[in-house]
Design a binder for this molecule. Sequence first.
Ligand SMILES: Cc1cc2nc3c(=O)[nH]c(=O)nc-3n(C[C@H](O)[C@H](O)[C@H](O)COP(=O)(O)OP(=O)(O)OC[C@H]3O[C@@H](n4cnc5c(N)ncnc54)[C@H](O)[C@@H]3O)c2cc1C
Length: 337
Amino acid sequence: MRFNAEPLELRMSKVDVTVIGGGPCGLFAAFYAGLRGMSVRIIDSLPELGGQLTALYPEKYIYDMPGFPKVLAKDLAKALVEQVSQYHPKLVLENTAQALVNNGNTYTIITDKGLELETNTIIISAGPGAFQPTKIGVEREDSLVGKGIHYGVRDRSVFTGRKLAIVGGGDSAFDWCMDLEDIAETITLIHRRDGFKAHEDSVQKVKNSSVEMKLFYVVKELHGVDHLTGLTLENTQTKETEHFECDEICVNIGFKSSLGPLKEWGLEIEKNQIKVNDRFETNIPRVFAVGDVASYGTKLKLIATGVGEAATAVCYAKTYLEPEAKFFPGHSSDRDA
Ligand SMILES: Cc1cc2nc3c(=O)[nH]c(=O)nc-3n(C[C@H](O)[C@H](O)[C@H](O)COP(=O)(O)OP(=O)(O)OC[C@H]3O[C@@H](n4cnc5c(N)ncnc54)[C@H](O)[C@@H]3O)c2cc1C
């Protein structure tokens, strides 16, 4: 989902608003900034836009998007990218916003790759921050990533006709069991105990399916050189070990995330979220926060509410830049009138 082939110098030029985080709320903020005639840049530490939709659950259906009875996360991300692309935002991917310099009327954001990006206002939509999947924590795990070890599912087709082990006891593990049952040759769910965090309905469906369950087991060793060929499993009760043959292992034991460098900016932070007022302003002037990263009394961590926060923040940013501009821009449907 790349759409900006502008030379780097142009992408570095000063903009009205810089959006930190290209997840759904950041993408919508950038779209709304374009709609309001503001120049906009999006920075994301990942190589692809879409945030959690693309990175964590691209193949899952979302059921609570207005107007969509159901929509695949990756399709929603694609549509958001298409929507914002009409305003040609400057894209700075694979760069983490690291430091903030206050120049008086403008800010300079310095990225981990050393880029210096000047901007009048900032909208932080960094979600839980840069996130990393929790690893099993066994030897050679890193060397087998993409060679049999997967954290979540980016491409279902990889599992076609394969002997698949799914590790975890939460919703993601159970959802993938159901979702991949029709294409994998076999699926075995491996979990360290017999209690699950997944919804009861999903647990029941998997129990009624062809998925085998190995409960009270943890992965102790990975086998295979160029590609995974099997696992050593340990029974958590008896401590006995056994060999388990499989071609792929899909690990779903959570994510670790941290706001990391943003924590050093002097923002008021509460439980890894940035405190905002009802204009989505942070305690730093002309710096807003929206989406999962924003914290206020009635906060819901949903895309439907986060994109509304993004529109509000953009409208306040607009009135900072042009005090005579209206806060309420009118309806987007008015533009064809
Ligand atoms: C499995 C799963 C299922 C879900 N299902 C639903 C659902 O059905 N309905 C729903 O409404 N919500 C759902 N959600 C939640 C939804 O995905 C989030 O609310 C939404 O993604 C938040 O969007 P965001 O734009 O605020 O942040 P994110 O999507 O988290 O994007 C944040 C982006 O910021 C980037 N970033 C972070 N720090 C920096 C930095 N310093 N510099 C540069 N880039 C940075 C990250 O790389 C990331 O791309 C689900 C979440 C999960 C995990």
